[in-house]
Design a protein. Structure first.
Length: 147
């Protein structure tokens, strides 16, 4: 009886371990809600905390897709401002970027950056993420900004 109990316990441990392993998406490095940008990360939406962590790694170019006026009111340090609404200029800027580069994009609430993310995916960019909640979410969490 003890032998059957031990075998059953072992089977449960193996089953749970398998579920945990299969529950992780190794491409986007997501595991049960935790998301970490890795070398092979693809276009994705990430929360401000993950965005901040990636930004602090120094491996990403930061792009603010808001207007000049919005940018002047406050932005994340070292962000390159390119106005999403200036369509031809904006698309020209995107076309000038290295598709294999690493990019973090944001706007005020994440609508424009989500659209930018989709455009960049269509253009073949390999590693780009936008911040869910946008600049407003960043500020709400008390993360640093500058004017």
């Amino acid at each position: 009886m003890l032998k059957i109990g031990l075998i059953s316990l072992f089977a449960i441990i193996v089953l749970v371990g398998g579920v945990l392993i299969l529950g992780c998406d190794t491409v986007a490095k997501k595991c049960f809600g935790a998301q970490i940008l890795g070398e092979e990360a693809l276009a994705q939406h990430v929360p401000p905390s993950v965005f901040k962590e990636a930004l602090e790694s120094g491996k990403y170019k930061l792009i603010d897709v808001r207007t000049k006026e919005e940018y002047a009111q406050g932005h994340i340090k070292n962000a390159i401002q390119k106005d999403y609404y200036k369509t031809q200029e904006f698309l020209g800027f995107l076309n000038s970027l290295d598709k294999n580069g690493k990019y973090l994009i944001y706007c005020r609430t994440d609508k424009r950056s989500s659209k930018t993310l989709e455009i960049m995916k269509e253009k073949g960019f390999k590693n780009v993420s936008d911040m869910t909640g946008g600049y407003n979410g960043w500020v709400t969490l008390g993360y640093p900004t500058e004017k």
